[in-house]
Design a protein around this ligand. Structure first.
Ligand SMILES: C[S@@+](CC[C@H](N)C(=O)[O-])C[C@H]1O[C@@H](n2cnc3c(N)ncnc32)[C@H](O)[C@@H]1O
Length: 225
């Protein structure tokens, strides 16, 4: 399922994410305590901030607490629009990055055009958010991100490496449904969505909480072809 018609179907039938939203609302500030020392994410944010001319417009999809990424991008002189489904996360982002424009939206409802349209962006970050979608939704989200970027726009992506599709795992005291890819397949699905991959990095990462398992984090530095 990779065609644009199938994506229209996926987007029209937006998944009920009530449980996931309740989990992120409850996790709130504990997210930063569970995932400290984000060297890979800080490096990926710094690279994006430096690659774009100052004053660029960047969409942060699944902004979370706004730290480190949105904070870093604003500090580098960029304009950030942050999207999240969790009101608790948006409240934290509002405190941590008051300069950002924040939107309470499911990422699959984003569009550049029309009444709800956000226009085109120079850059887009999606760090550890797509892992909360099914693979079917990930294929569509990547095409959607492509449509939200101006030609040549930069896309910074982070995923956890895992061969999973919509699979339940324990996560910070909650059950979450997660998906992922092994790194070769991740490169392929990103490429198939119309991105060139200019660079990548992988980090072994151990969360501070024992119920969040050790993981390999993959960072792809991409460009809208
Ligand atoms: C694992 S956290 C990552 C937060 C941030 N990007 C970071 O790396 O620190 C995922 C975030 O994405 C949000 N999220 C998950 N699914 C979403 C969706 N379909 N639309 C918008 N936000 C979503 C969650 O509420 C949560 O704040």
């Amino acid at each position: 399922m990779k065609g644009s018609e199938a994506c229209l179907e996926v987007r029209a039938a937006v998944t009920d994410r009530t449980d996931q939203v309740a989990a992120f609302d409850a996790i709130g500030a504990r997210y930063e305590q569970a995932f400290p020392k984000k060297a890979g994410q800080i490096a990926a944010g710094a690279r994006l901030a430096a690659e774009l001319p100052p004053g660029s417009r960047i969409l942060d999809v699944g902004i979370g607490t706004g730290r480190p990424t949105a904070r870093q991008l604003v500090d580098a002189g960029h304009t950030v629009v942050g999207v999240d489904l969790s009101t608790a996360m948006l409240e934290l982002a509002g405190k941590n990055v008051p300069e950002a424009e924040l939107l309470h939206r499911d990422l699959l409802t984003l569009t550049p055009h029309g009444r709800q349209g956000l226009g085109l962006f120079d850059g887009l970050t999606c760090f550890f958010t797509m892992l909360l979608l099914s693979r079917r939704e990930i294929y569509c989200a990547l095409r959607l991100f492509h449509s939200m970027l101006r030609p040549g726009g930069q896309f910074a992506l982070a995923m956890v490496e895992a061969d999973l599709d919509d699979t339940e795992i324990p996560f910070l005291g909650h059950i979450m449904r997660v998906s992922g890819f092994l790194r070769d397949e991740l490169r392929q699905v990103v490429h198939d969505a119309g991105f060139e991959i200019a660079g990548e990095a992988a980090f072994a990462y151990s969360p501070a909480r024992t119920d969040a398992p050790p993981e390999h984090q993959l960072f792809l530095n991409c460009r809208r072809a």
